[in-house]
Design a protein around this ligand. Structure first.
Ligand SMILES: Cc1cc2nc3c(=O)[nH]c(=O)nc-3n(C[C@H](O)[C@H](O)[C@H](O)COP(=O)(O)OP(=O)(O)OC[C@H]3O[C@@H](n4cnc5c(N)ncnc54)[C@H](O)[C@@H]3O)c2cc1C
Length: 436
């Protein structure tokens, strides 16, 4: 038996099978139709669409393309929106709330179809998602939501009572939950590599390790300065999400980067995996700062993620917190070794809704609030259509005013640890109430 340890590697588990590979340096063009800042899922999906419509397009990334969240995430194709349906309906009215939910369904279906038709090898499996309830009241409310999803959108969704929970997940922590079968899992780094492959083959020029340092209006277009030199672009699309820097201060004041962390266990025995995750589903919890977890695509490990309230370095405390969470769910993993623990940035905005918007001629596709595997390609592609003036194909419930700015914030989220602690406190109170 091993003594409990913290993870052996601080790099994503995903990079073992799909390592980041620096792209060969290439000459800087003088002029472009569209320049994209950021080469994660959003930037590449937009580039692909633009190149296929005959635009000259280049995506610039400050790091290796994909080194942001797009090769670090959990690979859960949730396409979820933070505010629940009732909150959306209160804020925007029933019609918009339903349009947002319906677009989630369309975006998921688009992604699955895209993976298939483009032949992207990324271990995608449509296995369904289980969401755990804390207490009977939550279970009831979640059951009503599942019923609405099934009735209004035709999504296969249903409640799982506590008595049947172990058929779905090997824990007694939840008091039942819900399942939706329109969510699955993929290998995020393979998905990014494959997206890059088709983008490059379609004529997108991708410049890695080349930060964009300024964007200025120049006549009817833009003069863009990068670390490799300056160029002219007719249009600019910004896809920087949780890695947004000071190049567009307007965006920086509206997006808050927050760390999300994942731990991966060592390989577990097949009978253990069959007990813990009998249906190999993706799992989430119904709380403000809950865990998300899943089996690795080969079904041999558990990967568990959650918020990380640290802001600098790679401290031990957030890893221990996830480890404790894992053992609380699955006590038999008390002595398990962790092979990997890593973090990346997600981007939150004030209303927690992803966005396409335009400001001073620059188009933005960003703000995925921790759920970008489905949203980033979808929003990226819609932003591409917006740039090309394709009114019908650009139409999206997410194309509206820019997110509100955050008072007293200029890029240093000093308040985030306190916010996360506040949410955790709310969760504890809700769980205490549920347990009475
Ligand atoms: C640990 C973790 C787990 C997650 N799990 C899930 C999940 O299971 N399901 C899900 O749906 N979502 C998940 N997400 C969120 C998802 O990964 C992101 O929403 C998505 O990858 C965002 O893609 P993107 O293209 O917008 O941004 P990114 O992939 O983050 O790319 C942005 C890029 O912009 C570049 N950049 C920034 N500034 C500049 C500049 N000035 N010049 C040039 N380049 C610049 C950065 O270098 C970066 O590569 C998770 C995220 C993390 C971190």
């Amino acid at each position: 038996m091993h003594a409990p340890t913290i993870a052996e590697k601080a790099t994503p588990y995903w990079w073992e099978a799909a390592p980041l590979t620096p792209l060969p340096e290439q000459p800087l063009p003088k002029r472009l139709d569209v320049l994209i800042v950021g080469a994660g899922y959003a930037g590449l999906a937009a580039g692909l669409m633009l190149a296929r419509e005959g635009r000259s397009v280049a995506a610039f990334d400050a790091m290796n393309p994909g080194e942001g969240a797009s090769t670090r995430n959990g690979g859960i194709t949730s396409g979820s929106i933070r505010p629940d349906y009732d909150t959306l309906a209160r804020r925007f009215g029933e019609e918009k709330a339903l349009a947002i939910e319906a677009e989630g369904k369309a975006a998921r279906e688009f992604l699955y179809d895209f993976i298939k038709t483009e032949g992207l090898t990324c271990d995608f499996q449509l296995v369904g998602q289980f969401k755990g309830a804390f207490g009977y009241e939550q279970y009831e409310a979640m059951g009503r939501s599942a019923e609405r999803l099934a009735k209004k959108l035709g999504i296969e969704a249903y409640a799982v009572p506590y008595a049947e929970q172990r058929k779905y997940i090997g824990t007694d922590v939840y008091r039942g939950g819900t399942v939706r079968m329109d969510i699955g899992g993929l290998h995020p780094a393979k998905f990014h590599a494959e997206l890059m492959r088709v983008a490059l083959a379609s004529g997108v020029a991708v410049h890695g390790g080349t930060p964009v340092t300024s964007i200025e209006r120049d006549g009817s277009g833009f003069r863009v300065v990068t670390s490799a030199g300056a160029l002219e672009a007719r249009q600019v699309l910004v896809c920087t999400n949780g890695y947004t820097d000071g190049v567009v201060p307007f965006l920086r004041r509206r997006l808050v980067p927050v760390r999300s962390r994942i731990i991966a266990t060592e390989e577990l025995a097949p009978e253990v995996m069959a007990r813990l995750m009998p249906k190999r589903m993706m799992i989430t919890e119904n709380r403000e700062v809950g865990f998300y977890y899943r089996p690795s695509p080969d079904g041999k490990r558990v990967l568990l993620g959650g918020r990380d309230s640290s802001r600098v370095g790679d401290p031990v405390a957030p890893k221990l917190l996830l480890r404790r969470g894992l053992v609380n769910l699955f006590p038999e993993l008390e002595n398990v070794r962790l092979s990997h623990s890593w973090f990346g940035n997600v981007a939150m905005n004030r209303d927690m809704i992803p966005r396409i918007f335009e400001k001073d001629g620059i188009v933005y596709a960003t703000g995925f609030c921790g759920s970008g595997v489905v949203w980033a390609p979808w929003i990226g592609m819609h932003a591409a259509h917006k740039l090309m003036g394709h009114e019908e194909r650009a139409r999206s419930a997410f194309d509206f005013r820019p997110p509100a700015f955050i008072p007293f914030y200029r890029g240093n989220p000093w308040f985030m640890p306190a916010f996360i602690q506040g949410y955790r406190m709310r969760d504890r109170i809700a769980m205490w109430r549920a347990s009475r």
